[in-house]
Design a protein around this ligand. Structure first.
Ligand code: ADP
Length: 410
């Protein structure tokens, strides 16, 4: 076989040779020899090419455009200046060679002794990294990402510093924009929460007043005695009750997750508590609630308890009349997350509603006999999104539903 390899000569030149290796076996014995043939005709010394520059490194550094590479002496005076330095900082070599590199720092940074401090750190640790706003010759600012490395001679004595600067303005601006965007989202979310809180809080008052006067009109000795009027009054009263329920629900939704605390949760214990809290409902529904082994994970305990409670309550509420209610809860691992499932054999949900039901006040129509506000699943969605996870449902009408809750590792 033959292949091309690179060899380093005694004179430190790199040469390319074509090597062939041939195995030759002795007759009647197992021993053998290798013949190595170097094809001298293919020899090609890179460094001996006519156009090969002698000062390769100097040229490489000099012509690099994307990085300002500058050599400083022990006190930080500029000794060399490459094309990248000219492109990034706007000065040409004549304007800066011999001057101290501190000219690139702001007045405040110079007054605080930053340039000197950076050289000291590079001297002690071998190198130092720093980022900050710098000023080009034109006065325009750019975000400089700087590494200063101490350079030593063969005796280990410090002879200066290599300072490499890149222009990271684009990255910095993107980062700043992202932070501003997050801040604006957070403040809008806070505003919305306050608005919802105030609106729902203030709405309670007129509702209470209405309720109060309706009850005054209802007693037997009140001026309203006829059957129809009493029926209307009753309807108004029920509507006010419902309105109060909805307003309370909005209020709770608005403050959901406020002051939440991330803790380690044993979901087995958490679901035991939920089962305990729902024991009356479970008993009335004659339901069989089976809870499999569950993980210990990090999450917001108050909110997760509410999530499981809502899902199990729904499984109990939307059960079928013709079959014994069976609910099972379990969990499995999926990459960096736990996926919980809450499976029932209830009414099921038509595919057109399977996404809608997770939004505020959305319910499956024509299920008049089931009470509710259409807010429970919206809570669940908000809770799981606080965890960075998601919730979805798979279902077959008349067969049952499986709600999945993905909780990523936090
Ligand atoms: P609510 O229970 O107050 O109506 P939810 O937001 O909890 O509000 O649920 C929205 C709708 O989704 C319900 O009205 C119901 O029609 C449907 N739903 C939720 N859970 C189930 C379930 N386990 N089985 C069948 N339908 C369900």
């Amino acid at each position: 076989m033959s292949s091309v390899i690179l060899l380093r000569t005694k004179s430190q030149h790199t040469i390319k040779v074509n090597v062939s290796v041939l195995a030759v076996h002795e007759e009647r014995t197992d021993s053998g020899k290798f013949i190595v043939a170097i094809d001298e005709g293919q020899m090609n010394s890179f460094t001996e090419r006519a156009d090969f520059p002698e000062n390769l490194y100097q040229r490489m550094v000099g012509e690099i455009q994307d990085f300002a590479i500058v050599f400083l002496n022990e006190t930080g005076d500029i000794q060399t200046w490459n094309a990248g330095a000219q492109a990034i900082k706007g000065y040409n070599a004549d304007e800066v060679i011999g001057r101290n590199f501190s000219i690139f720092y702001t007045e405040e940074e110079r007054a605080a002794g930053l340039p000197f401090e950076l050289l000291q750190k590079a001297k002690i640790n071998g190198f130092v990294k720093h980022e900050g706003w710098r000023v080009r010759k034109s006065g325009e600012r750019f975000w400089g990402n700087v590494v200063i490395s101490a350079i030593h001679n063969s005796d280990g004595k410090l002879i200066g510093f290599a300072k490499v600067t890149s222009d990271a303005t684009v990255r910095k601006s993107a980062e700043t924009d992202r932070l501003r965007y997050i801040e604006s989202l957070e403040s809008r979310a806070l505003e919305m929460r306050q608005l919802a809180y105030i609106a729902s809080h203030d709405l309670q008052e007129p509702l209470r007043t209405m309720k109060n006067f309706i009850t005054r009109l209802q007693p037997k000795d009140s001026i309203i005695q006829d059957e129809d009027s009493l029926t209307y009054l009753n309807i108004i009263s029920l509507s006010v009750d419902r309105m109060q329920q909805l307003v309370n629900a909005i209020l709770e939704y608005a403050v959901l997750g406020f002051g939440r605390v991330l803790t380690k949760i044993d979901c087995n214990l958490l679901l035991d508590e939920v089962k305990q809290d729902l024991s009356d409902l479970i008993c009335n529904a004659g339901a069989d609630l089976n809870i499999g082994p569950l993980p210990v994970l990090k999450g917001y305990v108050v909110e997760l308890r509410q999530l499981f409670q809502n899902l199990i309550e729904n499984a109990l509420k939307f059960r079928r009349a013709d079959i014994a209610c069976k609910i099972s809860v379990g969990a499995y691992r999926d990459k960096d997350s736990w996926v919980f499932y809450i499976k029932d054999n209830g009414l099921g949900i038509d595919s057109i509603y399977r996404e809608k039901i997770f939004y505020l006040f959305q319910r499956v129509p024509n299920r008049g006999k089931y009470s509710g506000t259409g807010i429970g699943l919206a809570y669940c969605k908000k809770i799981i999104e606080l965890h960075g996870g998601r919730i979805w449902v798979e279902s077959e009408v008349g067969e049952g539903s499986v709600f999945y809750v993905l909780v990523p590792d936090l």
